[in-house]
Design a protein. Sequence first.
Length: 130
Amino acid sequence: MTYSGILARSRGLALLAALSAAATLAAVRSADAVPGYDGVWSVVIITKEGICDPSYRYPIRITNGSLGNAGTATVNITGKVGKNGAVVVNVSAGDKTATGTGHLAGKSGGGSWSGGNGACKGVWQAERRS
């Protein structure tokens, strides 16, 4: 594989990692979602295993407990935050997907993510921006 091919693959996996981190904020029932976590959050994804980029930062918007994309990238982000701060999120772009889980409390949070059928794994950290 050429160097440019490796870079293209790692960029795609970085997006996957970002999507995964976003996914980490979803799968909680709507009835459990509350607006206490609403606003824009900055999420950094850190790769611990796999060939994804070492880290990636991504903006997430939470509205009435539902997660969405707060940036300009063409990425689908779905997920929920429960009233206890539990987060499950799913991120996808094309055929790449990632899932994350974790917890928010106050103005910060964190958890783990995986994507690419286990090709990459790591942790995520979130900080409230607004």
